[in-house]
Design a protein around this ligand. Structure first.
Ligand code: CUA
Length: 414
C-alpha cells in the first residue's frame, strides 16, 4: 500500500514526506477517482455505428480475425513487461536506511536472458508479420461483382457506377453522392480518387481506410453481409469542413438494388405541384452554376458550366435523384426523419412511398444560410477581389418563399 502511494506521489511530482500533510490531497484523489472511471467509460458506447471491432461483412471480418489474436499477444506482452518493471522498481528502490553513497551490486551480461529477449520478440513479430501479410493478400485478392468510382471532393463524396461493366464511366452510367448504394452480399470494387486534395475513404464495419489521391485510382473492395446502412467519414484532414465530410453505404437486397439503379438512370420527373414547379424554375436560374438535375436544368447547367453534362459534376453534387438519399451536405444532415430513433436513416425510412417523412426543417435551415451549417473554404482578399469564392455552398440570400419553393421542388427528386 505504501509503495503504491509512493508511485502515485511520484506521478504527482511530490515527495511523500512533503505532501503527506498538504490539505489538497483528498481533493485531488477525489478528482482522480472521478477522472479515471470517466476516461474508461468514454471508451464505451451502446450505439457506435463506426466500430471496426463489429465487422458487418467478410472483408472486415478477415481484418477483425487478424486484430484479435495480435491484440491478445500485445496485451499479454504489455501486462508482463509493465508488471515486471513495476516489480523491479519497487523491489529494488532506495530505502530509508540505505546509504545513498553505496552503489548497488553491479552485474554485466547474461547470455541466456539476452538470447531470450531477442528471440522471443522476433518470433512474436514474425508471427504478426506472417498473419498480416496473409490477411493483406486475402483482402486484396477479391473478385468484384460491380465497380464504383469514388471521388473525394471538398467536402463530400461522389459515386459513379459502371453499370454496364465496360470499365468506362459514361452518360449511361449512374452518378450520385453521399449514399453509396450497393447490393448486399456482393463484392463491390471501389476505385477511389480525388478531384482536389487528399481525402480518405473509410466505412469501419466494411473494410479499412483507403486514401483518395488526385490523379490516382486506388482499389478497395467492400462487402456487406446484410442489407443495412453503414456509416463512415473522411479520415484525412482535407480543409476546414473535413469534419463535415461523411459517407454512408446503403446495402440493399439485390432486386431492390437493380430497381434503384434503373430509377437512378431516369431523368427527374416534371413537378406537378405549383410550389414545386416554381422551385424548379428557381433551381434552374439560381443553382445551375453548380448543380445539375437531369431533365430540369440541363441547358442552363451547360451554359453556366463548361458546356458539358458528362458524368462529372465538377464541384457540386448531381441532384437528379437528390431525395433518394438519406442525407445531404456531405451526409452531415439527415434528409429524411430517423423514424426508429437509431440515429441512422435507413433505406426503409427514405421516400414518401416508403412512408418516410421528408426533413424539411433541416433543408430549409441549410438553404437559409449554408455556410452557417457547414463552413466554406476561407478565401484570401485577392480571391474576394477577383470575385472568387471558396469551396462549399454559398449563401444565396433566398427569401422564405423561395426556400419553401426550392424545398418543395427538391422533395420531388425521388
Ligand atoms: Cu475529406 Cu477529410
Amino acid at each position: 500500500m505504501r509503495a503504491g502511494r509512493q508511485v502515485f506521489e511520484a506521478f504527482r511530482g511530490h515527495s511523500p514526506g512533503r505532501s503527506s500533510k498538504t490539505p489538497q490531497r483528498p481533493r485531488s484523489r477525489r478528482a482522480l477517482a472521478l477522472v479515471v472511471p470517466l476516461l474508461l467509460l468514454s471508451a464505451c458506447a451502446s450505439d457506435a455505428p463506426q466500430d471496426t471491432l463489429d465487422p458487418a461483412g467478410p472483408i472486415a471480418r478477415t481484418i477483425d480475425n487478424l486484430v484479435n489474436p495480435v491484440f491478445i499477444v500485445a496485451a499479454v506482452v504489455f501486462v508482463l513487461v509493465e508488471f515486471g518493471v513495476l516489480y523491479l522498481v519497487l523491489r529494488f528502490r532506495q530505502r530509508k536506511d540505505d546509504d545513498p553513497d553505496e552503489l548497488p551490486g553491479q552485474t554485466h551480461g547474461n547470455t541466456k536472458l539476452e538470447i531470450g529477449w531477442t528471440v522471443l520478440p522476433a518470433l512474436l513479430l514474425g508471427f504478426v508479420a506472417f498473419a498480416t501479410l496473409a490477411t493483406l493478400f486475402d483482402i486484396n485478392n477479391t473478385k468484384d461483382d460491380l465497380t464504383v468510382q469514388v471521388t473525394g471532393q471538398q467536402w463530400w463524396w461522389e459515386f459513379t457506377y459502371d453499370t454496364d461493366g465496360d470499365g468506362e464511366f459514361t452518360d449511361e452510367d449512374v452518378l450520385t453522392a453521399n449514399d453509396l448504394v450497393i447490393p448486399a452480399g456482393q463484392n463491390v470494387g471501389l476505385e477511389i480518387t480525388s478531384r482536389d486534395v487528399i481525402h480518405s475513404f473509410w466505412i469501419p464495419r466494411l473494410n479499412g481506410k483507403k486514401d483518395a489521391v488526385p490523379g490516382r485510382r486506388q482499389p478497395l473492395t467492400i462487402n456487406a453481409d446484410e442489407p443495412g446502412t453503414y456509416v463512415g467519414q473522411c479520415t484525412e484532414f482535407c480543409g476546414l469542413s473535413h469534419a463535415y465530410m461523411r459517407q454512408r453505404v446503403v446495402a440493399l437486397p439485390e432486386d431492390e438494388f437493380e430497381a434503384w439503379l434503373d430509377e437512378q438512370q431516369a431523368e427527374a420527373d416534371e413537378p406537378t405541384d405549383e410550389a414545386a414547379a416554381a422551385g424548379a424554375e428557381l433551381f434552374a436560374s439560381q443553382c445551375s452554376v453548380c448543380h445539375l438535375a437531369r431533365g430540369v436544368n440541363d441547358d442552363q447547367f451547360e451554359e453556366a458550366g463548361d458546356g458539358t453534362t458528362e458524368l462529372v459534376s465538377e464541384n457540386a453534387p448531381d441532384l437528379t435523384h437528390f431525395a433518394t438519399r438519406g442525407a445531404f451536405a456531405g451526409a452531415t444532415f439527415n434528409l429524411w426523419d430517423d423514424l426508429d430513433g437509431d440515429h441512422i436513416v435507413e433505406a426503409d425510412e427514405i421516400g414518401t412511398d416508403n412512408g418516410g417523412v421528408f426533413n424539411r426543417a433541416a433543408l430549409e435551415a441549410w438553404l437559409r444560410d449554408p455556410p452557417a451549417e457547414k463552413p466554406m473554404d476561407p478565401v484570401t482578399p485577392e480571391q474576394v477581389e477577383a470575385g472568387q469564392q471558396g469551396r462549399g455552398m454559398p449563401n444565396l440570400n433566398l427569401s422564405e418563399e423561395q426556400i419553401d419553393q426550392l424545398v418543395a421542388f427538391l422533395e420531388t427528386l425521388q
